[in-house]
Write a protein that binds this ligand. Structure first.
Ligand code: DAH
Length: 343
């Protein structure tokens, strides 16, 4: 019996000393399994009286129960220790700086296009689209620029075949829209990319964006054009902007004008932005040439129209004070990140 007492003491301290669930399992198996030292004690059974057997049997059972209890207690302790260690290692330091999520921003050219589209939609325009790979017929011929016309020299382009090229101007969408509308009134704007041979420098690029406008109806006059552009420039550059027309030439408009807006920086007094003139050249426009209308099947004695082409890069550069057009195309995030504000 003394052996059993001693064994229980040993077992108790050994179980308490187990530091992992595995060690604990092994210890439990050692004391309660087939090779347990209990077997030695059980061998005494044969020599004992009935009373003695009963007593030993009870002691052995009590021993087993006690071992099981000790194992359960230690198992719980080990589990708790593991949880505590995990909690300690996963402590959140609320003073640590947060993770910065990199978000993109809308490209400044798209911002200006969105803004202009919204203004025009508010004035009843539809937004049209046309392909960048265009046929010569729509890019030049039907815009009153036949083969051999000197105006082609200023808009040399990237030809895919003799008849197909990367469009040099969104004006080609005028022709497409006229052909589709089949003599009916039109009121569209068309933003898009255009291509032409040019020097690449701070203010020129061989590809850039335009917004074309075309309005055709029975009684359209030059004053409708002026009123429209006046309103658009006010919305874009401030309510006290003035505009002025200067005579110009485009083969597809007659008369043709270049449109200046009074400088939004100095208000017309003269500053570096407007090159001391008080005015900023912003777009080309005019009354749709009767040849263009006739070629697209319109009766030019009944229907008239105005058209305009806005240079998106130019407006964006003025708007944000950007001095090099190449910034728009090189995808430098330091440049682009500046336009996140207000989104
Ligand atoms: N397509 C002309 C260009 O690329 C711009 C332009 C001028 C468009 C006058 C027009 C217009 O619609 O009426 O230089």
């Amino acid at each position: 019996m003394a052996d059993l007492e001693k064994m229980l003491q040993d077992a108790s301290s050994e179980i308490q000393a187990c530091n992992t669930q595995n060690e604990l399992n092994e210890k439990k198996a050692f004391y309660l399994g087939k090779k347990s030292p209990l077997n030695e004690i059980m061998k005494q059974m044969a020599t004992l009286s009935i009373e003695g057997k009963k007593e030993l049997g009870q002691k052995v059972n009590a021993f087993k129960t006690k071992i099981e209890e000790l194992v359960v207690v230690r198992r719980k302790e080990l589990e708790q220790i593991a949880i505590n260690e995990k909690l300690m290692s996963e402590t959140i330091d609320v003073t640590m700086p947060g993770k910065v999520l990199n978000t993109g921003s809308i490209h400044p050219l798209n911002k200006v296009i969105d803004e202009l589209n919204t203004i025009f939609i508010g004035m009843g325009y539809n937004v049209a689209e046309g392909p960048e790979v265009e046929i010569d017929k729509y890019n030049f011929e039907m815009l009153n620029v036949p083969v051999g016309h000197p105006a082609r020299d200023m808009q040399d382009s990237f030809y895919i075949t003799e008849e197909t090229l990367l469009r040099t101007q969104t004006s080609s969408v005028q022709v497409r829209t006229l052909l589709e509308a089949k003599g009916k009134p039109i009121k569209i704007v068309c933003p898009g990319r255009v291509y032409r041979r040019d020097d690449d420098d701070a203010t020129h690029s061989h590809q850039f964006m335009q917004i074309e406008g075309l309005v055709v109806d029975e009684n359209i006059t030059l004053s409708d054009l002026k009123g429209t552009l006046q309103k658009v420039m006010e919305k874009m550059f401030g309510s006290d902007r003035k505009i002025r027309f200067r005579p110009s030439f485009f083969p597809f408009t007659e008369p043709s004008v270049e449109v200046d807006v009074s400088c939004f920086k100095c208000g017309g007094k003269g500053c570096p932005i407007c090159k001391k003139s008080g005015w900023i050249e912003i777009l080309g426009a005019g009354m749709v040439h009767p040849n263009v209308l006739e070629m697209a099947g319109y009766d030019s004695t009944k229907m008239r129209g105005f058209a305009f082409g806005i240079g998106v890069e130019r407006v964006t550069m003025l708007r944000y004070g950007i001095d090099d057009i190449r910034n728009f195309y090189i995808d430098d995030v330091r440049f682009l990140n500046q336009f996140k504000k207000g989104e």
